[in-house]
Ligand binder design. Structure first.
Ligand code: NIG
Ligand code: FE
Length: 379
């Protein structure tokens, strides 16, 4: 594979321990990896970024990209005051079940391409709109076309016509068994209208026992036991975290669980925003993600999420960029992405901007000039 010199970098965000943000450096990529950061060096190809800012590719650690239909009507109703409730998921379940696996795959590929154009070089995808053994498996198979991070979210909502107890047994038993060859993680929606703490514990422990990474939809619509459950299970992440007590925050910190915040969902559902400042000041590692789904957050844009994090969550621009890169990598337990130190996978975003602050300063403007993934210039 040929080498690539990225030169003309105005600001490089590498998350190097000593110099996390540097100026006037070049970067050399070989065989899909960053092999040199410093003075310009010879390479087969050159990408001159003309003073632009270079960041690690965004790591979107929480999406629900595989689904059928849309929920425009529900969104319109929210604009005039109707609150969001977990039950809307069933609308998407019906639309998802009606599509072939090929159709689900091509829809997911379109959204993943959209995400890539805005700088997302790694994403996680959850199932959760199938809710039968066959449909959950089909959703995860569709996800495998776009990502290595495929999370089984059979415990998203209880499907119509079943009791919660019978459904939880199905999820922990035959459904988990069927999806194991394709799933890499497990998740459960711990919330009123979805599953209670004990039901989630049953599902998540069953997945963990089979080697899946644990994530939890926690404390999204109200204060509940999801965050502390994530801590007690040693989960990789507790996601949403909109309503947290001080005890929740110390439990997340002590168990080193990453809090994955999804402010675009709060924007779309007109919810209060997650307490990012309290989490950061309390020593919890924070990630930012889109939560892309048709119900609560129909966006693939990490730049939009970063802008919201700065404006609404009180995060400093570099804190937000770190959460959208290194934080996402931690939530997915990946060491070679989310930074641009020597040895990193060569996933990077070039901004048409002198500083990463512009992601928040110029909201809604497409500042992404180039995207490099695995050493290949893909935009
Ligand atoms: O992350 N909270 C649960 N799941 C999604 C919403 C699903 C839906 O409404 O379709 C979320 O917000
Ligand atoms: Fe979600």
């Amino acid at each position: 594979m040929s080498s690539l010199l990225v030169r003309g970098i105005g600001t490089l965000v590498s998350w190097d321990d000593e110099q996390p943000v540097r100026s006037d450096v070049s970067l050399v990529v070989e065989d899909g990896l960053v092999v040199h950061v410093g003075a310009p060096a010879a390479a087969d190809r050159v990408l001159d970024v003309d003073g632009g800012c270079v960041l690690p590719g965004f790591v979107d650690a929480h999406t629900h990209l595989v689904f059928g239909g849309d929920r425009t009507d529900e969104f319109e109703a929210r604009l005039v005051g109707k609150p969001y409730a977990a039950g809307g998921i069933r609308t998407t379940v019906a639309a998802t079940r009606s599509l072939s696996t090929a159709a689900l795959t091509s829809r997911a590929v379109r959204l993943a391409d959209e995400a890539l154009r805005s700088g997302t070089t790694t994403l996680e995808v959850k199932s959760g709109y199938g809710l039968t053994v066959d449909d959950e498996l089909r959703c995860l198979e569709a996800a495998s076309a776009v990502t290595a991070h495929r999370t089984f979210l059979g415990a998203h909502v209880v499907p119509s016509g079943m009791t919660a107890a019978a459904y939880v047994d199905l999820v922990c038993g035959p459904m988990l068994e069927a999806v194991l060859p394709v799933a890499t993680g497990i998740d459960a929606f711990c919330e009123e209208g979805a599953f209670d703490v004990e039901q989630c514990r049953q599902v998540l422990s069953a997945g963990a026992a089979r080697g899946l990474d644990v994530h939890v939809h926690a404390n999204q619509l109200g204060a509940g036991g999801g965050a502390q459950l994530a801590a007690s299970l040693g989960a990789a992440s507790a996601d949403h975290c909109t309503h947290l007590t001080e005890e929740d925050i110390s439990a997340l910190r002590d168990a080193a669980v990453v809090a994955v915040l999804v402010p675009a969902a709060e924007f779309s559902t007109r919810s209060a925003y997650a307490p990012a400042r309290r989490l950061l000041d309390g020593g919890v590692e924070v990630a930012l993600a889109t939560d892309c789904n048709p119900g609560t957050s129909f966006t693939t844009s990490m730049p939009f999420v970063i802008a919201l994090a700065c404006r609404e969550l009180g995060m400093a621009p570099l804190e937000a960029v770190r959460a959208a890169t290194a934080g996402g990598a931690s939530a997915l337990r990946r060491k070679e992405i989310g930074h641009l130190r020597v040895g990193a996978r060569a996933d990077l975003v070039v901004l048409d901007a002198p500083s990463p602050t512009w992601l928040a300063y110029r909201p809604g403007v497409d500042l992404v000039r180039h995207v490099v993934r695995g050493g290949e210039v893909v935009r």
